[in-house]
Design a protein around this ligand. Structure first.
Ligand SMILES: [Zn+2]
Ligand SMILES: [Zn+2]
Length: 349
């Protein structure tokens, strides 16, 4: 049965000489380096050349030499970090960087979010950044892109994470508001993406009353409107009286839910919109009375469905709960690998 020494000598150099799939992509703790483009995808440190998938702080940092991103992502980065050296790339557009063809494809995560398709010497690698599959009225839907290597997040990479239909959660919020018209419902939501999505989902359910917002939301809400996402009538809490806000929805960043700021509100019912609200303990930690399970990340079913549809030769997993997804890949005979990137999942669940 054994292979004799002579055979091994013949075969070994051949095996060693075969380039590994994606050998031109090098994962480092601070990001994914694309050697033939001399560029980084979502680097967490300032780099000369950066390809940025979307505006969340764990993917987009300031201080890069040059930034390739969608016009929306560049606008978001402009609001947060000031002037960049931007190279706008529209969804669906391909640009050549070094020896690599780079295409930005919608990821369905937040406004402007993109997967980055990298093509080099006949190999196709998709870096998905963060993504979700369910409809989001504030951004373009995820597009399945066949490739050899699919680099995926796994924020909610456990079978326990199954996000309910968004409309059920929005209904819950409206029912509670109607049940106690003398109070307000204060919704904690991330300032980029989640806040605007909650507002837009409410509008789509027919809620056209003014929605009040914490000052930290103002610039990004305005930017969404400038970029064509209509959010209806929004009013700053700072200019409203307590009585005026009774029976209304107020949106704030999660950090403001329990702080002194909320004392100016009329007996707020505390809610929070996040995929983590699936976990009771997380809701209790934040004193959340009304947990709303709304995530901008793929849940377990979306992750596994996406991998099936993309049908890659290999899956590389960047951040989140890798173990269960790697196990699922193994059972489904898909090669998988864990990349140990640092500083992910800061602000966007
Ligand atoms: Zn992320
Ligand atoms: Zn994100």
């Amino acid at each position: 049965m054994g292979i004799n020494a002579g055979t091994r000598l013949t075969f070994q150099p051949l095996i060693l000489g075969m380039p590994r799939l994606g050998s031109w992509i090098e994962p480092f703790p601070e990001g994914i380096y694309v050697r033939p483009a001399d560029a980084w995808v979502d680097p967490s440190e300032a780099k000369e050349n950066a390809l940025v998938t979307h505006g969340h702080a764990d993917h987009a940092r300031g201080g890069h030499g040059q930034v390739w991103a969608t016009p929306e992502t560049l606008a978001i980065m402009g609001v947060r970090y000031g002037e960049q050296n931007p190279v706008p790339v529209e969804h669906g557009e391909t640009v050549r960087i070094g020896e690599v063809d780079v295409t930005f494809i919608p990821a369905g995560h937040v406004l402007g979010s993109a997967q980055v398709l990298l093509e080099y010497e006949g190999e196709r690698v998709v870096v998905s950044g963060d993504y979700k599959r369910r409809p989001d009225p504030t951004c373009a839907p995820f597009e399945v892109t066949p490739c050899d290597i699919f680099i995926s997040e796994a924020t909610f990479g456990l079978p326990v994470f199954r996000h309910p239909p968004t409309s059920d959660e929005v209904r819950k919020l409206l029912d509670r508001l109607e049940a106690e018209p003398e109070r307000c419902v204060l919704v904690g939501a991330y300032a980029l993406g989640k806040a605007q999505r909650v507002i837009k989902e409410l509008r789509e359910m027919g809620h056209d009353a003014p929605i009040y917002y914490h000052g930290a939301m103002e610039r990004l809400c305005n930017l969404y409107e400038e970029l064509g996402v209509e959010l209806g009538e929004l009013r700053p809490v700072s200019e409203a009286t307590k009585d005026e806000m009774r029976g209304h929805i107020v949106i704030c960043p999660p950090g403001a839910l329990n702080d002194r700021w909320s004392r100016r509100l009329p007996e707020p019912i505390t809610a929070m919109a996040s995929g983590w609200m699936r976990i009771r303990q997380r809701a209790r930690q934040r004193n959340v009375e009304l947990p709303l399970i709304m995530s901008d990340h793929a849940d377990w079913d979306e992750l596994t469905t996406t991998i099936r549809e993309v049908n890659p030769k290999e899956v590389w997993i960047t951040h989140g709960r890798e173990d269960a997804l790697m196990h699922w890949c193994m059972i489904n005979q898909i090669k998988s690998r864990q990349l140990n990137l640092v500083g992910r999942e800061d602000e966007d669940d």
